[in-house]
Design a protein around this ligand. Structure first.
Ligand code: MRU
Length: 344
Protein backbone atom coordinates (compact mmCIF):
# COMPACT_ATOMS: atom_id res chain seq x y z
CA UNK A 1 0.00 0.00 0.00
CA UNK A 2 1.44 3.41 -0.80
CA UNK A 3 0.28 6.94 -1.41
CA UNK A 4 1.00 10.58 -0.65
CA UNK A 5 1.71 11.75 2.90
CA UNK A 6 -1.76 13.19 3.19
CA UNK A 7 -3.34 9.94 1.95
CA UNK A 8 -6.79 9.73 3.51
CA UNK A 9 -6.63 6.86 5.92
CA UNK A 10 -10.15 5.71 6.38
CA UNK A 11 -9.44 2.21 7.64
CA UNK A 12 -10.67 2.49 11.12
CA UNK A 13 -12.61 -0.69 11.36
CA UNK A 14 -12.75 -1.01 15.13
CA UNK A 15 -14.21 1.25 17.77
CA UNK A 16 -14.09 0.86 21.55
CA UNK A 17 -17.40 2.45 22.56
CA UNK A 18 -20.81 3.58 21.34
CA UNK A 19 -23.57 5.65 22.91
CA UNK A 20 -26.97 4.28 22.03
CA UNK A 21 -29.05 7.17 23.37
CA UNK A 22 -29.71 5.58 26.75
CA UNK A 23 -26.52 3.83 27.74
CA UNK A 24 -22.85 3.38 26.92
CA UNK A 25 -21.78 0.18 25.22
CA UNK A 26 -18.14 -0.85 25.50
CA UNK A 27 -16.29 -3.36 23.35
CA UNK A 28 -14.97 -5.73 26.01
CA UNK A 29 -11.21 -5.56 25.40
CA UNK A 30 -10.57 -8.29 27.97
CA UNK A 31 -11.99 -10.82 25.50
CA UNK A 32 -10.20 -9.72 22.34
CA UNK A 33 -9.09 -11.04 19.93
CA UNK A 34 -11.03 -14.26 20.50
CA UNK A 35 -14.44 -12.77 21.11
CA UNK A 36 -16.12 -9.54 20.04
CA UNK A 37 -18.66 -8.80 22.76
CA UNK A 38 -20.22 -5.50 23.79
CA UNK A 39 -20.84 -4.73 27.45
CA UNK A 40 -23.85 -2.55 28.26
CA UNK A 41 -23.21 0.13 30.91
CA UNK A 42 -26.59 1.44 32.04
CA UNK A 43 -25.32 3.59 34.91
CA UNK A 44 -22.24 5.56 35.87
CA UNK A 45 -21.11 2.97 38.42
CA UNK A 46 -21.00 0.37 35.63
CA UNK A 47 -18.80 2.69 33.55
CA UNK A 48 -16.43 3.21 36.51
CA UNK A 49 -16.26 -0.56 37.07
CA UNK A 50 -15.55 -1.14 33.36
CA UNK A 51 -12.70 1.38 33.36
CA UNK A 52 -11.20 -0.21 36.47
CA UNK A 53 -11.47 -3.72 34.99
CA UNK A 54 -9.90 -2.66 31.62
CA UNK A 55 -13.03 -3.42 29.60
CA UNK A 56 -12.12 -0.06 28.07
CA UNK A 57 -8.52 1.12 28.33
CA UNK A 58 -6.08 3.52 26.71
CA UNK A 59 -5.85 7.08 27.99
CA UNK A 60 -8.15 8.93 25.52
CA UNK A 61 -10.75 6.13 25.45
CA UNK A 62 -10.90 6.16 29.24
CA UNK A 63 -11.56 9.90 29.19
CA UNK A 64 -14.30 9.59 26.57
CA UNK A 65 -15.98 6.70 28.39
CA UNK A 66 -15.86 8.68 31.64
CA UNK A 67 -17.49 11.68 29.94
CA UNK A 68 -20.43 9.51 28.89
CA UNK A 69 -20.42 8.07 32.40
CA UNK A 70 -20.87 11.61 33.73
CA UNK A 71 -23.95 11.98 31.51
CA UNK A 72 -25.37 8.85 33.11
CA UNK A 73 -24.53 10.19 36.57
CA UNK A 74 -26.46 13.38 35.81
CA UNK A 75 -29.47 11.37 34.64
CA UNK A 76 -29.29 9.31 37.84
CA UNK A 77 -29.39 12.51 39.91
CA UNK A 78 -26.05 11.69 41.54
CA UNK A 79 -23.63 13.70 39.44
CA UNK A 80 -21.08 14.51 42.16
CA UNK A 81 -20.90 10.97 43.56
CA UNK A 82 -20.89 9.37 40.13
CA UNK A 83 -18.13 11.64 38.87
CA UNK A 84 -16.08 11.00 42.03
CA UNK A 85 -16.33 7.24 41.38
CA UNK A 86 -15.31 7.66 37.75
CA UNK A 87 -12.40 9.89 38.74
CA UNK A 88 -11.07 7.22 41.11
CA UNK A 89 -11.31 4.38 38.59
CA UNK A 90 -7.67 4.56 37.46
CA UNK A 91 -4.90 6.94 38.60
CA UNK A 92 -2.32 7.42 35.85
CA UNK A 93 -4.01 8.53 32.61
CA UNK A 94 -4.74 12.23 33.05
CA UNK A 95 -7.32 12.16 30.24
CA UNK A 96 -9.75 10.69 32.76
CA UNK A 97 -9.70 13.70 35.10
CA UNK A 98 -9.29 16.10 32.17
CA UNK A 99 -12.58 14.89 30.63
CA UNK A 100 -14.38 14.83 33.97
CA UNK A 101 -13.17 18.35 34.81
CA UNK A 102 -14.73 19.53 31.53
CA UNK A 103 -18.01 17.81 32.38
CA UNK A 104 -17.91 19.12 35.95
CA UNK A 105 -17.35 22.73 34.88
CA UNK A 106 -20.45 22.55 32.67
CA UNK A 107 -22.59 20.90 35.34
CA UNK A 108 -21.49 23.54 37.83
CA UNK A 109 -22.75 26.08 35.30
CA UNK A 110 -26.19 24.45 35.38
CA UNK A 111 -25.91 22.26 32.25
CA UNK A 112 -28.58 19.57 31.93
CA UNK A 113 -27.97 15.98 30.77
CA UNK A 114 -28.62 16.97 27.14
CA UNK A 115 -25.91 19.62 27.25
CA UNK A 116 -23.54 17.20 28.99
CA UNK A 117 -24.18 14.64 26.28
CA UNK A 118 -23.23 17.20 23.65
CA UNK A 119 -19.99 17.80 25.56
CA UNK A 120 -19.17 14.09 25.73
CA UNK A 121 -19.74 13.86 21.99
CA UNK A 122 -17.48 16.90 21.50
CA UNK A 123 -14.70 15.30 23.56
CA UNK A 124 -14.96 12.21 21.38
CA UNK A 125 -14.98 14.18 18.12
CA UNK A 126 -12.04 16.36 19.20
CA UNK A 127 -10.00 13.26 20.01
CA UNK A 128 -10.62 11.80 16.57
CA UNK A 129 -9.64 15.09 14.91
CA UNK A 130 -6.49 15.30 17.05
CA UNK A 131 -5.52 11.77 16.04
CA UNK A 132 -5.81 12.57 12.35
CA UNK A 133 -3.67 15.70 12.77
CA UNK A 134 -1.02 13.82 14.79
CA UNK A 135 -0.94 10.88 12.40
CA UNK A 136 -0.20 13.16 9.43
CA UNK A 137 2.43 15.16 11.34
CA UNK A 138 4.14 12.11 12.84
CA UNK A 139 4.26 10.11 9.61
CA UNK A 140 5.99 13.00 7.83
CA UNK A 141 8.95 12.69 10.19
CA UNK A 142 9.66 9.13 9.09
CA UNK A 143 12.07 8.53 6.26
CA UNK A 144 10.79 6.20 3.50
CA UNK A 145 11.62 2.55 4.04
CA UNK A 146 11.83 2.79 7.84
CA UNK A 147 11.00 0.09 10.34
CA UNK A 148 9.10 0.98 13.51
CA UNK A 149 8.48 -0.66 16.86
CA UNK A 150 5.39 0.18 18.87
CA UNK A 151 4.33 -0.81 22.37
CA UNK A 152 1.02 -1.45 24.12
CA UNK A 153 -2.12 -0.60 22.15
CA UNK A 154 -2.48 2.99 21.04
CA UNK A 155 -4.92 2.44 18.20
CA UNK A 156 -8.60 2.94 17.57
CA UNK A 157 -9.31 0.73 20.58
CA UNK A 158 -7.50 3.20 22.86
CA UNK A 159 -9.03 6.37 21.41
CA UNK A 160 -11.99 7.77 19.49
CA UNK A 161 -10.51 6.21 16.35
CA UNK A 162 -7.35 5.86 14.27
CA UNK A 163 -5.11 6.04 17.32
CA UNK A 164 -2.18 8.06 18.59
CA UNK A 165 1.07 6.18 17.92
CA UNK A 166 -0.82 3.60 15.88
CA UNK A 167 -2.38 6.42 13.86
CA UNK A 168 1.15 7.45 12.84
CA UNK A 169 1.85 3.82 11.96
CA UNK A 170 -1.36 3.60 9.90
CA UNK A 171 -0.61 6.75 7.90
CA UNK A 172 3.08 5.89 7.66
CA UNK A 173 2.25 2.52 6.12
CA UNK A 174 -0.44 3.98 3.83
CA UNK A 175 1.96 6.62 2.55
CA UNK A 176 4.72 4.07 1.96
CA UNK A 177 7.11 5.58 4.49
CA UNK A 178 6.93 2.70 6.94
CA UNK A 179 8.12 -0.58 5.47
CA UNK A 180 8.21 -2.74 8.62
CA UNK A 181 5.99 -2.72 11.72
CA UNK A 182 6.91 -4.53 14.92
CA UNK A 183 4.76 -4.69 18.05
CA UNK A 184 5.90 -5.67 21.52
CA UNK A 185 3.54 -8.10 23.20
CA UNK A 186 3.30 -5.87 26.33
CA UNK A 187 3.33 -8.20 29.29
CA UNK A 188 1.44 -8.77 31.46
CA UNK A 189 -1.89 -7.78 29.90
CA UNK A 190 -0.70 -8.32 26.31
CA UNK A 191 -2.20 -5.18 24.80
CA UNK A 192 0.32 -5.48 21.97
CA UNK A 193 -0.23 -9.16 21.21
CA UNK A 194 -3.99 -9.20 21.69
CA UNK A 195 -5.14 -5.73 20.65
CA UNK A 196 -2.53 -4.08 18.39
CA UNK A 197 -1.98 -7.20 16.31
CA UNK A 198 -5.75 -7.67 15.99
CA UNK A 199 -6.37 -4.04 15.03
CA UNK A 200 -3.64 -4.11 12.40
CA UNK A 201 -4.91 -7.40 11.05
CA UNK A 202 -8.42 -5.93 10.70
CA UNK A 203 -6.91 -3.21 8.51
CA UNK A 204 -4.69 -5.52 6.48
CA UNK A 205 -1.45 -4.02 7.87
CA UNK A 206 1.29 -6.62 8.18
CA UNK A 207 3.09 -6.55 11.54
CA UNK A 208 5.51 -8.79 13.40
CA UNK A 209 5.02 -9.54 17.07
CA UNK A 210 8.03 -9.71 19.39
CA UNK A 211 8.36 -10.59 23.04
CA UNK A 212 9.16 -7.45 25.01
CA UNK A 213 12.65 -8.67 25.84
CA UNK A 214 13.52 -9.05 22.12
CA UNK A 215 13.44 -5.27 21.63
CA UNK A 216 17.18 -4.66 22.16
CA UNK A 217 18.11 -7.44 19.76
CA UNK A 218 15.65 -6.03 17.20
CA UNK A 219 17.22 -2.58 17.46
CA UNK A 220 20.71 -4.02 17.19
CA UNK A 221 19.67 -5.84 14.01
CA UNK A 222 18.96 -2.51 12.30
CA UNK A 223 15.37 -3.44 11.44
CA UNK A 224 13.82 -0.43 13.22
CA UNK A 225 14.63 3.27 13.01
CA UNK A 226 11.84 4.54 15.26
CA UNK A 227 10.09 3.54 18.46
CA UNK A 228 6.60 5.07 18.37
CA UNK A 229 4.49 5.07 21.55
CA UNK A 230 1.57 6.91 23.13
CA UNK A 231 1.33 8.42 26.60
CA UNK A 232 -0.95 8.37 29.62
CA UNK A 233 0.31 11.60 31.15
CA UNK A 234 3.01 14.06 30.13
CA UNK A 235 4.35 16.24 32.93
CA UNK A 236 5.24 19.93 32.68
CA UNK A 237 8.91 19.11 32.04
CA UNK A 238 8.08 16.64 29.25
CA UNK A 239 8.51 13.42 31.26
CA UNK A 240 6.21 10.75 29.86
CA UNK A 241 4.16 8.20 31.78
CA UNK A 242 3.25 5.31 29.50
CA UNK A 243 2.83 1.55 29.56
CA UNK A 244 5.44 -0.34 31.56
CA UNK A 245 8.40 -1.09 29.32
CA UNK A 246 8.38 2.26 27.53
CA UNK A 247 11.29 3.55 29.63
CA UNK A 248 13.36 0.48 28.77
CA UNK A 249 12.58 0.98 25.07
CA UNK A 250 13.67 4.63 25.27
CA UNK A 251 16.97 3.68 26.93
CA UNK A 252 17.64 0.99 24.33
CA UNK A 253 16.66 3.31 21.51
CA UNK A 254 19.11 6.01 22.60
CA UNK A 255 21.88 3.42 22.83
CA UNK A 256 21.20 2.12 19.32
CA UNK A 257 20.60 5.45 17.58
CA UNK A 258 16.91 4.61 17.13
CA UNK A 259 14.65 7.64 17.55
CA UNK A 260 11.89 7.84 20.13
CA UNK A 261 8.55 9.37 19.09
CA UNK A 262 5.77 9.98 21.62
CA UNK A 263 2.35 10.72 20.12
CA UNK A 264 -0.33 12.16 22.41
CA UNK A 265 -3.12 14.75 22.27
CA UNK A 266 -2.97 17.85 24.45
CA UNK A 267 -5.57 16.21 26.74
CA UNK A 268 -2.69 13.99 27.92
CA UNK A 269 -0.52 16.96 28.92
CA UNK A 270 -0.60 17.81 32.62
CA UNK A 271 1.16 21.10 33.30
CA UNK A 272 0.03 20.93 36.93
CA UNK A 273 2.43 18.04 37.51
CA UNK A 274 6.01 19.30 37.53
CA UNK A 275 7.78 16.09 36.55
CA UNK A 276 7.34 12.35 36.23
CA UNK A 277 8.37 11.97 39.88
CA UNK A 278 4.94 13.23 40.88
CA UNK A 279 2.85 10.99 38.59
CA UNK A 280 1.01 8.23 40.38
CA UNK A 281 1.87 4.88 38.83
CA UNK A 282 -0.93 2.35 38.96
CA UNK A 283 -0.08 -1.04 40.47
CA UNK A 284 -2.34 -3.91 39.51
CA UNK A 285 -2.95 -7.40 40.82
CA UNK A 286 0.28 -9.46 41.07
CA UNK A 287 -1.77 -12.35 39.67
CA UNK A 288 -1.40 -10.73 36.22
CA UNK A 289 2.35 -11.40 36.44
CA UNK A 290 2.17 -14.77 38.16
CA UNK A 291 0.18 -16.27 35.33
CA UNK A 292 -1.16 -15.65 31.87
CA UNK A 293 -4.64 -15.99 30.44
CA UNK A 294 -6.01 -17.00 33.82
CA UNK A 295 -3.50 -19.86 34.22
CA UNK A 296 -0.86 -19.56 36.93
CA UNK A 297 2.68 -20.45 35.93
CA UNK A 298 4.68 -19.21 38.94
CA UNK A 299 4.85 -21.50 41.96
CA UNK A 300 2.25 -21.07 44.68
CA UNK A 301 3.43 -18.92 47.60
CA UNK A 302 5.53 -16.42 45.63
CA UNK A 303 4.57 -12.83 44.87
CA UNK A 304 5.19 -10.28 42.11
CA UNK A 305 5.54 -6.51 41.56
CA UNK A 306 3.16 -5.22 38.90
CA UNK A 307 3.47 -1.49 38.12
CA UNK A 308 1.62 -1.03 34.84
CA UNK A 309 3.20 2.27 33.77
CA UNK A 310 6.67 3.78 33.95
CA UNK A 311 8.24 7.19 33.47
CA UNK A 312 10.42 7.99 30.49
CA UNK A 313 12.53 11.10 31.19
CA UNK A 314 11.99 13.89 28.67
CA UNK A 315 15.68 13.74 27.79
CA UNK A 316 15.08 10.37 26.09
CA UNK A 317 12.22 11.66 23.91
CA UNK A 318 13.35 12.80 20.45
CA UNK A 319 9.98 14.11 19.32
CA UNK A 320 6.62 14.67 20.94
CA UNK A 321 3.83 14.80 18.36
CA UNK A 322 0.62 16.51 19.44
CA UNK A 323 -2.30 18.02 17.54
CA UNK A 324 -0.67 21.37 18.37
CA UNK A 325 2.45 20.47 16.46
CA UNK A 326 5.72 18.60 16.75
CA UNK A 327 8.04 19.36 19.68
CA UNK A 328 11.66 18.26 19.35
CA UNK A 329 13.47 17.27 22.55
CA UNK A 330 10.67 18.60 24.78
CA UNK A 331 11.63 20.27 28.07
CA UNK A 332 9.85 22.52 30.57
CA UNK A 333 10.31 25.70 28.52
CA UNK A 334 9.18 24.09 25.26
CA UNK A 335 6.17 22.50 26.99
CA UNK A 336 5.15 25.78 28.63
CA UNK A 337 5.47 27.68 25.38
CA UNK A 338 3.21 25.20 23.56
CA UNK A 339 0.70 24.25 26.25
CA UNK A 340 0.77 27.11 28.74
CA UNK A 341 -2.32 29.24 29.15
CA UNK A 342 -3.00 31.34 26.11
CA UNK A 343 -4.07 34.96 26.29
CA UNK A 344 -7.84 35.29 26.11
O1 MRU B 1 -3.29 0.03 30.84
P1 MRU B 1 -3.74 0.60 29.53
O2 MRU B 1 -3.98 -0.44 28.49
O3 MRU B 1 -4.89 1.55 29.70
O4 MRU B 1 -2.49 1.45 29.04
C1 MRU B 1 -2.55 2.11 27.81
C2 MRU B 1 -1.28 2.76 27.43
O5 MRU B 1 -0.32 2.77 28.18
C3 MRU B 1 -1.22 3.47 26.12
O6 MRU B 1 0.06 3.39 25.57
C4 MRU B 1 -1.57 4.94 26.35
O7 MRU B 1 -2.83 5.04 26.95
C5 MRU B 1 -1.57 5.73 25.12
S1 MRU B 1 -2.90 5.18 24.09
C6 MRU B 1 -3.55 6.23 23.16
Amino acid sequence: MSGPDNAAVTHDSVCPLRWDGQMLELLDQRLLPHEVRWLACRDSAAVADAIRALVVRGAPAIGIAAAYGAVLAQREGRFETGVAQLRAARPTAVNLVWALDRMHALAADGADAQRLLAEARAIEAEDLAANHAMAAAGAQLIEPGAGVLTHCNTGALATAGLGTALGVVRVGVASGRIARVFAGETRPWLQGARLTMWELQQDGIAATLIIDSAAAALMRSGAVQWVIVGADRIAANGDVANKIGTYALALMARHHGVRMMVVAPSSTVDLATASGDFIEIESRDPAEVLGCGGRRHAPEGVTAWNPVFDITPASLVDVLVTERGVLRRPDAAIMRARFGKRDA
